[in-house]
Ligand binder design. Structure first.
Ligand code: ATP
Ligand code: LTN
Length: 341
């Protein structure tokens, strides 16, 4: 593994994205975010961050958080993020994120945070721990993005509302002081932006779902993948047609088949036209996903076992990110009116 060596390239546009080390990555994370990170990294100046400070907005066991942070960085690389092209780092290694977040916090209305659907959902889910960090979570996310003047943020559909706040804060700061931040655009894929649970196809597939059968993890064995697809909840029909509203189960499997093979929905409908029942389709989806996930899982085990190599990548990533973050923060502090030292 070669750590990132490229200097920042101001001629290229910048992308930044992050994921919380709150559990095992699943196929939804690849579909909504990771595969676009990989596809965009050659063209864009790219930064990818394990957002451990976001993770503590819900209770975490310290040893697990530490392990999952490294697992997640290794998974980025296993899925195709190339540390020689992209900056891979851990959020808490770059203290400028929380420093900028404070300035932005003082420019955000209570109502802007209170209306976030993720805040409402998580407050319900963690009713015994509705902490202020959960409330201000999207401001820290805005800081992650604005610190590097990201032009584009590749994320799944659920992050659209958070991105909107980041855009508003950039515009607000630029307007109140002077042009400082790039106003970021979301990059949300048309297919795969919201992969649904295999057990309840009207609900998002999520790391924190306690039902293991609901998610297809990137570390699942071939047989686990086959079993989960076989048992995936489908609809009462028998034909293979894409209709998110009326046929959420089958449509979700079609999205997964598209992710794994590149086949369009029209191709898939044609391929399985006239087949009797869902079984042949489910079998094809399972085999396509086995072939797609297996190399990621194998590469993950390799990357994760080289602890020194992984640490070196994260150290270099943090050093690089910090150099850039420091420059932005210095500007922000100056414009805000803080005395320089
Ligand atoms: P949690 O359950 O811990 O809240 P999560 O599983 O929703 O987490 P995040 O860390 O919040 O995962 O998401 C990381 C990235 O993956 C984000 O860009 C998010 O939009 C995307 N993502 C998460 N789940 C899905 C999904 N089911 N389909 C498509 N994209 C997803
Ligand atoms: N909130 C995001 C994770 C995240 C992120 C970011 C994504 C934190 N900071 C910056 C893109 C850019 C989520 O997936 N829940």
């Amino acid at each position: 593994m070669t750590p990132h060596t490229q200097p920042s390239a101001p001629s290229r546009k910048t992308i930044l994205s992050g994921m919380q080390p709150t559990g095992e990555l699943n196929i939804g994370h690849v579909a909504g975010a990771l595969r676009n990170w990989v596809a965009l990294q050659r063209e864009y100046d790219s930064l990818f961050c394990v957002v451990d400070q976001h993770a503590i907005t819900v209770r975490q066991e310290p040893a697990k958080l530490r392990k999952r942070t490294l697992d997640m960085a290794a998974m980025f690389i296993a899925a195709g993020v190339d540390p020689a092209q992209s900056v891979v780092f851990v959020q808490s290694h770059v203290p400028e994120h929380v420093q900028l977040a404070w300035v932005l916090t003082c420019m955000t209305g209570m109502g802007e945070c209170a209306r976030m659907t993720q805040f409402k959902d998580k407050s319900e889910k963690h009713a015994d721990n509705i902490n202020v960090g959960l409330f201000t979570y999207p401001i820290l996310m805005a800081a992650d993005i604005l610190l590097y003047n990201a032009d584009l943020v590749p994320v799944g559909q659920d992050q659209k509302q958070h991105l909107e706040l980041a855009r508003n804060l950039a515009e607000r700061f630029n307007h109140h002081y002077s042009a400082t931040f790039t106003v970021p655009e979301p990059f949300i894929p048309k297919v795969g932006g919201k992969i649904m649970s295999l057990q309840e196809p009207t609900k998002k597939m999520s790391k924190s779902d306690p039902n293991e059968k609901a998610s297809l993890f990137l570390i699942d064995t071939d047989d686990q993948i086959r079993n989960k697809i076989k048992r995936a909840v489908t609809d009462s029909g028998t034909d293979i047609v894409y209709d998110e509203e009326a046929r959420p189960g089958v449509s979700n499997l079609m999205s997964l088949y598209h992710i794994a093979t590149g086949a369009s929905f029209a191709d898939i409908e044609r391929e399985f036209a006239g087949s009797t029942g869902y079984a042949p389709f489910k079998e094809a989806v399972a085999e396509a996903l086995v072939a797609y996930i297996r190399p990621i899982r194998e590469r993950f085990l390799e990357v994760r076992s080289d602890t020194d190599g992984l640490s070196a990548i994260l150290r270099q990533g943090a050093d690089h990110a910090r150099d850039r973050a420091r420059k932005t923060l210095r500007k922000v502090y100056k414009k805000t009116g803080f005395v320089e030292y």
